[in-house]
Design a protein around this ligand. Sequence first.
Ligand code: MN
Length: 232
Amino acid sequence: MERRQFLKISGLAPLALPLSSGLWAAPQPWHDHFTLPALPYPTNALEPVIDTLTMEIHHGRHHKAYVDNLNKALDEAGVHSHDILDLMKRVSALPVAVRNNGGGHWNHSFFWPLMRPPRENNVPEGALRDALVSVFGSFDSFKEQFKKAALGRFGSGWAWLIKTSDGKLLITSTPNQDNPLMDVAEQRGTPILGIDVWEHAYYLKYQNKRADYIDAWWKVVNWEFAAKNFQG
Ligand code: MN
C-alpha cells in the first residue's frame, strides 16, 4: 500500500508523521499552504501614526481572515496553486472569493514591510527619488498626486505606485482587494508602493479623516523596501 493511500484510509494527518523518514515527499495539505505572515515589527512600532489596536485588528483579524478564506475558497474550487502571484495573474478565471481573499492576502503581505517606525523628513533616495522627480516634477508633487488617487478611491480600496511592463511609473488605484498584478486591473504593473484606504486601516484613530491618515502615513513608509520593488 502506498503511504498516501494509507494516510487516506487511516485518516491520519500527514503532518503528524515524522517528516524525516525520507521515503516520500510529505504531501502538505495544499490548503494549509497560505499562512499569515508575521509582522516585521511589534504592533506598537508604527505609533503614533498607526495605533497599536488598529495594527492588532488589521493584521491579526482582517489579514488572517483573508488567508483563511483564501484557503477555503481554493479548497471549494479545487484550485491547487501554491503560488499567490500565479493566482493574481489569472484571477479573472477564478471564483470571486479567490480574487477578494487572494488579493487581500497579497496586498497586506506587501503592506506590512512597506512600513517601519515613523521618521521625520522621510524621503526616498537614489534611483527611485530621481525617477519620481523626473515623472511627477517633484517629490511633493508625486505625494500630492498619490494622495489624490487615495482620496479619490470611493469606498474601499488601495492606491498604488506601479512600474509598468515597459518601465514607466504610474499612480493608480483599485477597488476592494484588487491589485495591479491582477489580470482584471485597469492598469497593470509591479507595485512599488501601496496604501490601504479601507476604513479598517485608519478609522479607530482618524475616523472619517482619510486625508489625515494619508498625510501621516508618509512618515512610516519604508523607502528602502519601495526602492527594492522599483529595482526588482
Ligand atoms: Mn486592510
